[in-house]
Every structure is written in C-alpha cells, then in structure tokens.
Design a binder for this molecule. Structure first.
Ligand code: PLP
Length: 402
C-alpha cells in the first residue's frame, strides 16, 4: 500500500492544515506519477500530430497512440483493435452511439430501454435521439435496496425495442448490475445492448467478449488516466453499420464537393486531432492497474467498503441509499434530516473530500424522495486509517447538525 500511495503526490497534501482524505473517486481518481510523467514526456519529447505525418516525431507518436489502442483492446478483451474508438469520455461515447445509432436505426414508435439508475449521460443523449425520431424511452425500475427489477426489464422488451442502455455500476448506489444476463436476454430478441462502464472499468474486470455487449463506454479519468480521453468499444459488425458522428479530418477516405467516402474503423469515428498525450496517459494508467491487478484492486476496495459500512452503521441517524448485496465501493448516505451539502462542507473543513448532491442522477433522488446524498467512494490507494478519520469526523459533526 505504501508503494501505491507513494506514486500519488497529491495524497500527501494538506487542506486547511489537515491531511487530505480523498473519497471522491467516483467523480475522478487521482493520477499516479507514471501517468503525469507520460504526459510531460509526450509534450517535451514527442509532441506532433499523428497519422499522415512524414517525419520521425509524427511516426513515433502514431505508433504510441496505436499501441494504446491495442493495450485497451487487451485490457477489455475486445476481438479487434479497430473496435476501440478513442473519445473524450463516457459522455461523448454514449452521445456518439445515440446520435449515429438513432440516425441509422430509430424510427417513429420505436423504443429505447434504459434503467432508473442511469447517470444523466445515459439518459439525455437517448432523449435527444428519441425526440428527433419520435421514439420513446422506457425505464427499468429498481428496488429500495438499489437492485434492478429483472422481471420488469423482461416485460419492457417488445417488437418496438431497438436498444437497451444500462450502466455496469451505478455511480450513486454502487449497485453492480447483472449486465451479462441483460445482454443475453436482449440478444434473444436480437436487441443490441450498450453498457455505460464509467464506474465498472476501474473496479471490476471487464471482458467485453464474455459480457457479449454491443457497446461498452468508459472514461480515462475515472481509472487513473488524464481527463479528456475515453473509449467507445463497439462490435465491428455494428460499428460498420453506423454513420459517422462528426465530420472532419481523419474520418474520410476521399472528399470532393459532391461526395465524401468515409475511412475504415476506427478512424471513421475519430474526426479531427485527437488528444494524443492523454491517450498515452491512458496507456500508462492501464499499466498501473495491470501491475496491481484488477482482482487485487477489487478485493482491496471491497475490504474498505465492508469496513466502512460496519463503522458507519454506529453513527446516529445515518441512512444509507443503495444497499444492494452486489455493490462496489460507493457509499451514499444521509445524516438525519441534515442537508447533504452541510455534511460535505463540514467534512471538507476536516480535510475530507466527498461529493454531495444528486451526482447527475436526479431520477434516483426522485425515486427516494430526497434532494441528494453525501457520497464517499474509494479507490485502490485509500486505507482503513482514512476510513477511521472519516468515521470519527462524522461522529464529530453529527451533534453539530442535529
Ligand atoms: N456514467 C456514469 C455511471 C458516471 O458515473 C459518469 C461520471 O460520473 C458518467 C457516465 C459520465 O462520465 P464523463 O463525465 O467522464 O463523461
């Protein structure tokens, strides 16, 4: 653990004179030195525009960029490297699919099925696509504990359903959804499935061939990589069917004023200059995760989750939001009737970074009839000592709020 923490300079900082306890990992993780060094090295030694270049820097940067594509392919076990499209993040990946899939396959009266525990990024792009084509959005309900209602999901599918889009892990409830079963059931009616993996990728191993999903989307910055880079995985057959998302350089084969023919996968979906340095940072972040091992990461975070839940249960007036038996290290809670923002502000003064509010999941808040939650979320570098500091801080602030 010391070896891991030592790679994150920021974890040694103090805020308001208190050692920083960073529990806002579901929003973004901190970056190890290897990732920051990779970014710096890129700009100092390799900066150039990729593909098309006839010189050393461009060729070397292109090779490094394409090497990262192969690394992502192997990290999620995709069949082909050209099934990996680099984007700015989960939000852009989902918007790409909603826009292109919508244009190609959606018609008036069609239906898209999502779940009630989606991030706004997996709601609004589908609403936009549905509005454009006169299609409808259907929503899978979930239980008080935060478990998707699988029977209700089955009932929602019919001959109008064109696609199912659900998250792997809820960023607010921590629930791990049964995505393999969802894919299997949807596929039995030939309905494709998109998985929002923003919270899955850094906490549990992802094997897209085993899951058999048609699309899997994630962000680099939630898995120790820089902001500004993400991935859309799509099966070759379906990506080939979709029209381009954006037009511009790189995504074309030939352009005349009369007609443009498009480049092959994955370049068809990578218009313009990509964020090369950030992609190389993603490569370094995958190395960081692979060195520890995703199973070790999952085990450590699960230990923290169990430990924290046990300690937090002793706190007077605490209410947990999201208690699914199968969940990752995200703890959403309320203290009595206090506003989550007040709890977050007091924790901040004690050096503890948590997130408060609706976490871009307003329908979840509506489901529970609450304005928001306080959310603590753990990463591989967090410790039980930090959980102790957090729990003691909560015990200190309870009397101030009630
Ligand atoms: N989906 C989920 C489940 C998330 O947790 C998030 C971010 O918190 C997103 C999508 C959006 O990710 P990004 O802002 O990196 O595009």
């Amino acid at each position: 653990m010391e070896n891991i923490r030592e790679q994150f300079d920021i974890l040694n900082s103090t805020v308001y004179g208190k050692p920083l306890v960073y529990f806002d990992n579901a929003a973004t993780t901190q970056k190890p030195r290897s990732v920051v060094d990779t970014l710096t090295r890129y700009y100092i030694t390799l900066n150039s525009n990729i593909h098309r270049g006839a010189h050393y820097l461009s060729n070397t940067a292109t090779e490094a960029y394409e090497q990262c594509r192969r690394k992502v392919q192997s990290f999620i076990n995709a069949k082909h490297a050209h099934e990996i499209v680099f984007t700015r993040g989960t939000t852009e990946s989902i918007n790409l699919v909603a826009s292109s899939f919508g244009k190609r396959f959606l018609n008036s009266g069609d239906e898209i099925v999502i779940s009630g525990m989606e991030h706004h990024s997996n709601i609004v792009p589908w609403q936009l696509a549905c509005q454009e084509k006169g299609a409808k959005l259907k929503v899978i309900p979930f239980s008080e504990q935060g478990v998707l209602d699988f029977e209700a999901f089955k009932q929602l599918l019919n001959e109008h359903t064109k696609l199912v889009a659900v998250n792997h892990v809820s960023n607010t409830l921590g629930s791990i959804n049964p995505i393999k079963d969802i894919v299997q059931y949807a596929h039995s009616f030939n309905i494709p499935v998109l998985i929002d993996g923003a919270q899955g990728i850094s906490h549990i191993g992802v094997d897209v061939q085993d899951i058999d999903c048609d699309f899997y989307c994630f962000s680099g910055h939630k898995m120790y990589a820089p902001m500004g880079v993400g991935v859309l995985y799509g099966k070759e057959e379906i990506l080939n069917e979709l029209p381009p998302y954006q037009g511009g350089g790189e995504m074309i084969k030939d352009v005349t004023f009369e007609k443009t023919t498009y480049n092959e996968l994955p370049f068809k979906f990578e218009a313009g200059t990509p964020s090369v340095g950030d992609v190389l940072g993603l490569d370094a972040a995958i190395d960081f995760m692979n060195t520890i091992g995703i199973n070790n990461i999952a085990q450590h975070e699960d230990m923290l989750l169990q430990y924290a839940m046990q300690q937090m249960q002793q706190i007077e007036g605490i209410r947990f939001i999201g208690t699914a038996p199968n969940k990752t290290s995200v703890i959403s809670f309320l203290l009595g009737t206090s506003h989550p923002y007040d709890v977050g502000t007091l924790l901040d003064k004690l050096g503890i970074a948590v997130r408060t509010g609706h976490h871009c999941t307003q329908p979840i808040m509506e489901r529970y009839g609450i304005p928001g939650t306080v959310r603590a979320s753990f990463a591989v570098y967090n410790t039980t000592q930090e959980v102790d500091i957090f729990v003691n801080a909560l015990k200190r602030i309870v009397p101030m709020l009630m």
